[in-house]
Design a protein around this ligand. Structure first.
Ligand code: ATP
Ligand code: MG
Length: 588
């Protein structure tokens, strides 16, 4: 496949094009997406998936592996592995027969470690974890060599074999690379490459009690798969010398090129599996796939489409500079896609009863309503109309300013695809005084919503027939966080980063939006939706885009998730607030 017009160039694509021109890697392109199965994938991962699988698909014979980085047995879970596979597939990518696990390579990795020992490039260190940290030094102070650094090759080999055989407790020894304790790059100060962990692994069971560390595993897994371009996020830039060091020392045939790009950060969102897990564990949301979660499965359940997410990933581009993308852009991409193809239907989310006094009591008319204003091919559906209907409570006001072009006593309004109606009377709750029923008359000459005599009405409102409509539960979602930056940090803070710069973990919990979910139990939708299947998406006219919930919706009781509102009301509010602020606070 050649590069499509919709794929704008970026620095990674440029590097690959140049490599292909030079016939580097025998003109092969091989990438991988390497998730750690310790949580569900989020929007940031979507960027990486689109990039890696996208680049492979753009090139003739290009391939992309899905490789689970399963080197930390205590945090991993089969549930996560399955969810990750399902998410990648749903996004529209296919790994074919290229599903791999770092654990597939445990034996090879062990042999590589033995090779390093034999070359005197690795040693067994018996310092405790705290001491290792202490000896490592800081950015300003050089590290100190471990007293075990001078162990003989024979002793190291013997100890490493016995580590594998299970002779030692967790933490008794580690295997370390022998590089340079004075290196300005902390990653090069004799990093640990194997640790003892008497923990079962979800794939290898109890076969291993030593597990390789990320840096060692990653570059070698890339090499084993003959990856050409190993794309990772910027926090791994400082790890690149180590990536190259292992491959150089081991003189492997295939030495992939690591290229770093800026991770995706989204406003009002956190993107770290560790933090998202906290939200799940604390019961703030119903699970990893709660429609408020920035996970791929959450976005799916909410009604986002893979096309829109892929399109978003293209639009944000790939660069070298950290930045935060406005979540409004993601929502824009969702609207843009849904607007194109979703059927238009009528749903009344907060119903108010309207009785049309002069409409025959036993008459039911079947009115036509097109399913899409610009796409006639989508056809029409029948809208039953009868004497008692529901309209949106917000579309009625007892007293209203002139510009309120909806239903007001004495004024006329158009019912979409139906008739002109005029409000003539009200019924109020005796105790509260709230309007519980509105009485209207209709003009039989205005059938279909057209003007009988050139008389104009400004407003058009939606409605459903009371007797024919279906009960539905509507879930309105808002941002999960109130703050633009809920205190996010890269998920895995490398050990080398001083603990002090990690903000308090509760920071993001404090900015959770308590109003992020509003559930409406008594909504009504038109009968056309009786056939709505889980995950089908619609535009409720004048309200927003909705998706049938995949878990809780039943034929008896439909449940709809609001995917996104029609217009960006949020941005508008923000803008107004910014204006207000500007007025109050003088710029200096
Ligand atoms: P998290 O902080 O959520 O745990 P991670 O980087 O530890 O993220 P991995 O499962 O190790 O998660 O990531 C798999 C791949 O996805 C890696 O190549 C990683 O660089 C990439 N990735 C993770 N987060 C982002 C992001 N926000 N933007 C772009 N790519 C990302
Ligand atoms: Mg990680």
């Amino acid at each position: 496949m050649s590069k499509t017009e919709s794929s704008p160039s970026n620095f990674i694509r440029n590097i690959i094009e140049k490599d292909l021109e030079k016939n580097k890697n025998n003109s092969r392109v091989a990438t991988r997406f390497p998730p750690e199965p310790n949580g569900y994938l989020h929007t940031g991962h979507a960027k990486s998936i689109c990039l890696n699988f996208g680049i492979a698909a753009e090139h003739e014979g290009g391939i992309c592996y899905l490789r689970f980085d399963d080197t930390n047995p205590s945090k991993e879970d089969i549930e996560y592995t399955e969810a990750i596979k399902s998410d990648v597939r749903w996004l529209g990518f296919n790994w074919g027969n290229r599903l791999r696990h770092a654990s597939d390579y445990f034996e090879q990795l062990y042999n590589y470690a033995v090779q390093l020992i034999k070359k005197d490039k690795a040693y067994v260190c018996s310092l405790g974890a705290d001491q290792i940290r202490e000896y490592r030094g800081t950015l300003k102070a050089p590290g100190k060599e471990s007293p075990y650094r001078t162990r003989s090759i024979e002793e190291n080999l013997d100890l490493f074999v016995r580590m594998r055989a299970g002779e030692f407790e967790d933490g008794a020894h580690v295997l370390r690379a022998k590089i340079d304790m004075a290196s300005p790059n902390l990653n090069m100060r004799d990093p640990v490459i194997y640790r003892i962990k008497h923990v079962s692994h979800h794939r290898t069971g109890d076969k291993w009690c030593i597990y390789p560390m990320y840096d060692f595993t990653h570059c070698l897994s890339d090499s084993i798969e003959c990856i050409t371009h190993s794309l990772c996020t910027l926090e791994y830039e400082d790890h690149r010398p180590l990536y190259d060091w292992f491959l150089d020392q081991l003189e492997v045939d295939c030495h992939p090129q690591q290229i770093e790009f800026a991770r995706l950060n989204l406003s009002y969102t956190i993107m770290s599996k560790r933090k998202l897990l906290k939200i799940v564990e604390n019961g703030v949301v119903s699970g990893w796939d709660d429609p408020r979660m920035p996970t791929i499965s959450g976005m799916r359940r909410r009604g986002y489409t893979p096309e829109a997410i892929r399109n978003f990933c293209e639009r944000i581009g790939v660069g070298k500079k950290e930045s935060t993308v406005d979540i409004a852009l993601l929502e824009y991409c969702i609207r843009e896609d849904l607007n194109r193809w979703t059927p238009r239907v009528m749903g009344v989310i907060r119903p108010l009863k309207v009785v049309i006094d002069n409409y025959p009591e036993d008459l039911v008319e079947e009115l036509d309503g097109p399913l899409h204003p610009e796409d006639a091919d989508m056809g029409t559906r029948k809208l039953p109309f009868s004497r008692v209907i529901y309209i949106e409570r917000d579309d009625f006001r007892e007293e209203a300013p002139k510009k309120f072009y909806r239903l007001v006593p004495g004024r006329e309004v158009r019912l979409r695809y139906a008739y002109y109606i005029k409000c003539v009377d009200l019924v109020k709750d005796e105790k509260t005084g709230a309007v519980i029923e509105v009485h209207c008359t209709y003009d039989p000459e205005s059938r279909g919503g057209s003007s009988p005599d050139g008389r104009r009405v400004k407003g058009t409102i939606h409605w459903v027939s009371a007797a024919h409509s279906l009960k539905a539960e509507i879930r309105l979602y808002d941002r999960l966080f109130l703050k633009e930056n809920p205190g996010d940090l890269p998920g895995d803070v490398p050990e080398a980063i001083p603990k002090a710069i990690i903000t308090d973990d509760s920071a993001f919990m404090a900015s959770l939006n308590p109003g992020s979910l509003e559930t409406l139990k008594d909504s009504r939708v038109e009968p056309y939706l009786a056939a709505a299947k889980p995950e089908s998406r619609y535009q409720f006219e004048r309200i927003g885009y909705f998706c049938v919930d995949s878990k809780d919706s039943t034929e008896e009781r439909l449940v709809f998730n609001r995917t996104v509102t029609l217009r960006d009301s949020w941005a508008k509010i923000q803008k107004n607030e910014a204006h207000k602020k500007k007025g109050r606070i003088k710029k200096n």
